[in-house]
Write a protein that binds this ligand. Structure first.
Ligand code: ADP
Ligand code: MG
Length: 364
């Protein structure tokens, strides 16, 4: 099922309690979410992710714009008629019911033509339990399950109705780090197996990057960029996107263009034909800084951090926007360090330039 947001805007009207200001939660969201993919809806807290999801589910209605599932206009349809499955951060299982009862509940509540015969219901529950691998837990109560298991039950409950669209709002936030990793892989697998169009909301860029076919990155209600995770990482449209994606974060400097060359401080970094002469913001990915005594960027070494596979060289530079710079280097280049200096050459494809005024990416 394709989900179309056609110029969708959501304004929460002011109440006296909020000091009389309307909130523009989603601003002109206009995109066709392709059928059968896992779409990661990503952005900082308060950027409009849940609102977008609730507009798709029907829990909220848009102030402007229309929503379509394939060619069907669902804008006025109540949530229960949209055929969506939803999973939230808080699993909200019924504590007094067994896992089986919790999963079966949405089916037993179907009325009229939608009502299913008992053997169909049982087959559905079996299939959903298999998909999330909780067959052995069906007779337990939620209180007898771990957080990860509870969340899998919640997913089974969302799948049992065979939804046209699966909506997941920060479903892993309450899990510890290891379970979060494991459960996100499960979600990826379940999505592949069922082929149901899935929208996965998270504020965690790594989570979104790792499981999404497509990511949509939002800020202040406005979609910033849509694309395959690697494409958005490699070609950010603005400084916000470049900074939001990637760990460690992209290093940001004040720089300047002069006669077709890029400078940071007094050092010439590389050729940069295109942008006008004048100040620019420079972003260099941590993997774009290569230790090299003959390099182009001289920094003051603070620390070398060896963390398993990665070695991080931590240093400082006067023109840097943050207190420390990070370079992720291969450990066999550490011999290039001398004294308290770390000198780097740069990988040109890992260097991005942004407008000083509005943060837009400058091509060069
Ligand atoms: P996210 O899920 O990305 O953290 P939300 O979609 O929940 O963000 O919220 C987007 C903006 O809308 C925020 O500024 C939030 O305070 C506001 N908001 C969310 N729900 C309501 C509501 N029911 N009434 C008024 N403002 C709301
Ligand atoms: Mg939210």
């Amino acid at each position: 099922m394709k989900v179309v947001l056609d110029h969708v805007t959501k304004i929460y009207k002011s109440t006296r309690r909020r000091g009389g200001k309307d909130v523009l939660a989603v601003d002109d969201f206009d995109f066709e979410l392709p059928d059968g993919l896992l779409i990661g809806l990503l952005g900082p807290s308060g950027c409009g992710k849940s609102t977008t999801l609730n507009l798709i589910s029907g829990l909220e209605s848009p102030t402007k714009g229309r929503i379509f599932f394939d060619s069907e206009d669902v804008t006025e349809l109540p949530p229960e008629k949209r055929g969506v499955g939803m999973v939230f951060q808080n699993y909200a299982l019924y504590p007094h019911m067994t896992v089986r009862k919790n999963i079966v509940f949405p089916l037993e509540n179907l009325r009229g033509v939608q009502k299913l015969p008992q053997d169909h219901i049982e087959a559905r529950v079996k299939r959903a339990a298999e998909l999330v691998q909780i067959e052995a837990l069906l007779d337990r109560k939620p209180g007898e399950l771990s957080g990860g298991e509870q969340q899998r039950v919640a997913i089974a409950r969302a799948l049992v109705k065979i939804p046209r669209v699966l909506l997941l709002d920060e479903p892993l936030s309450n899990l510890d780090a290891r379970l979060r990793l494991q459960t996100r892989e499960e979600i990826r697998r379940i999505q592949k197996e069922t082929g149901v169009t899935t929208i996965f909301v998270t504020h965690d860029q790594e989570e979104a990057m790792s499981i999404s076919d497509i990511i949509i990155l939002m800020k202040d209600g406005v979609v910033q960029q849509i694309g395959k995770p690697q494409e958005v990482y490699d070609d950010p449209v603005n400084l916000f996107v470049a900074q939001f994606l990637g760990t460690p974060q992209i290093n940001v400097f004040d720089g300047r263009i002069s006669g077709g060359d890029l400078y940071i401080g007094e050092e010439r970094i590389m050729q940069a034909k295109g942008p006008d002469d004048g100040p620019v913001t420079v972003g260099i990915r941590p993997e774009g800084l290569v230790l090299d005594r003959q390099g182009v960027l001289t920094t003051k070494l603070s620390n070398v951090e060896v963390m398993g596979r990665d070695t991080s060289v931590v240093s400082t530079h006067e023109a840097a926007k943050r207190s420390v710079l990070r370079a992720v280097v291969s450990s066999d280049t550490l011999g290039q360090l001398s004294g308290n200096k770390a000198v780097f050459s740069v990988r040109p494809s890992k260097v991005h330039l942004f407008s000083k005024n509005d943060g837009r990416r400058l091509v060069f």
